[in-house]
Write a protein that binds this ligand. Structure first.
Ligand code: LLP
Length: 412
């Protein structure tokens, strides 16, 4: 459910006309709905109210400071993967004891920054990282709370690029290695193991892989208990999918109920790291048709948003629904919707039926609130888009459009 709807044949974000936003702020333009973000967070978080839990929004999905502030006001904790994300989360007012630090390649300075802030815990992904954290913590006279990220070897049945919990993936530790790692961690003076973590992949559309991973983790917890290691925190990562096309992922309520049932009486503090399910359908990318072009085999709609603005279709062949911003009655055309970038892989959609579109008209690309702007770049020296948040009747410029000065700002 989101708040992008047609009113009198014109697409609106909450109470604001998209056409007016485009006229005021230009295109390509990311538009987020505050009511949708709040609603998604609340739906997800309340699904776990039966458990002691913390919802740590995964910052990588959409890290705009205003988005983070809005979620922090809802009580969100945050899952971060870099010093930059830590900086954003703290600036957004997230209490450090609601921050968990994931990722396979944390550098010493990032570890030091997180220790200084006194975050809840590090999700450790290798033995090398464990020793690095121990050294940094010792040099600062601190104790680092950690979890190991377990790779449970479960097939999440999603796109291979966003599957993370299988043996062949770079993430986490297999259980045998993890067992030894916990033993080592227990002996290290500046480390306290407090939890277990796993994240098996993203855009999962069924609950079974989560439950399969959970079952493996719970029996692993018992083995650790026998070794005298007490696990209080269980971080189950993110990964719950959304509807881009015709997928029917479980509603967060159904997801929560299944997990709460499996965790009943286990006395664990549960951490969840949802990203896409909070932000994905809370954002659209608005783009203007620059040209229409007919070749002997194709009709192209050349729009002003390219793979530098939204890379998901090019990178994962992912489907994003597209519609015209102002409804029209013209007959449908089968379009390849492409951007201005000099790459054949620069497309937003292929063979998409849309009513005939004319130069200067606007399209909306849906489900662009997660992994949209955060994965954007300046390729082809294109200026990154502006980001707008609509909140009822209010419009917030959450990030202004870049300028040519911004483009050269860091160069000699
Ligand atoms: N926790 C960890 C440790 C993660 O690596 C991720 C996502 C999440 C949580 C949040 O997952 P979510 O709830 O959003 O599925 N760029 C790709 C997605 C990559 C996801 C990476 N990790 C895409 O556009 O589909």
């Amino acid at each position: 459910m989101h708040h992008f709807e047609y009113k009198n044949n014109e697409l609106h974000a909450e109470n604001i006309s998209i056409k007016e936003l485009a006229a005021e702020y230009g295109t390509p333009l990311y538009v987020y709905s505050a009511a949708t973000l709040r609603r998604h967070f609340e739906a997800f978080d309340s699904a776990f109210s039966g458990l002691e839990h913390m919802t740590c929004y995964s910052v990588k999905a959409n890290s705009n400071l205003s988005v983070l502030k809005l979620l922090a006001e809802q009580g969100a904790g945050m899952d971060i993967v870099s010093g930059g994300e830590l900086y954003r989360a703290l600036k957004a007012g997230v209490p450090a004891n609601k921050i968990v630090f994931s990722g396979v390649g944390k550098k010493a300075y990032e570890i030091a920054e997180a220790l200084k802030a006194d975050i809840l815990m590090f999700n450790v992904e290798s033995v090398g990282e464990l020793h690095r954290i121990n050294e940094v913590a010792a040099s600062m006279n601190k104790i680092a709370r950690i979890s190991f990220r377990i790779n449970p070897n479960v097939d999440p049945k999603t796109h291979p690029y966003i599957s993370t919990g299988m043996k062949k993936n770079k993430f986490g530790l297999d259980m045998e290695t993890a067992k030894k790692a916990y033993k080592t961690a227990k002996e290290l003076a500046s480390i306290t193991p407090i939890g277990m973590d796993c994240h098996i992949g993203s855009q999962l559309t069924t609950i079974e892989p989560f439950l399969e991973a959970l079952e493996k983790l719970l029996s692993f917890r018992d083995e650790l208990g026998e070794m005298g290691i007490t696990i209080e925190h269980l971080d189950l990562g993110g990964g719950l999918g959304i509807t881009y096309d015709e997928e029917q992922p479980p509603h967060p309520k159904e997801f929560g109920e299944a997990l709460c049932k499996a965790l009943e009486g286990k006395k664990l503090k549960v951490i969840l790291e949802p990203g896409r399910v909070i932000a994905g359908n809370a954002g659209i990318l608005v783009s203007e048709v620059i040209y229409t072009k007919k070749t002997p085999t194709k009709d192209f709609l050349i729009v002003d948003a390219g793979m530098n603005d939204l890379i998901r279709p090019s990178l994962y062949q992912s489907y994003h629904n597209i519609s015209e911003v102002i409804k029209n009655e013209r007959p449908e055309v089968d379009y390849d919707v492409v951007g201005p970038i000099c790459e054949s892989g620069d497309f937003l959609a292929k063979d998409r039926h849309l009513p005939e579109m004319l130069q200067g008209e606007l399209i909306a690309v849906y489900s662009a609130g997660a992994y949209g702007f955060t994965m954007s770049s300046n390729y082809n020296s294109r200026l990154r888009a502006a980001e707008i948040i609509v909140d009822g009747d209010d419009v917030i410029v959450a990030r202004r459009r870049e300028t040519y000065e911004d483009l050269l700002n860091l160069e000699a």
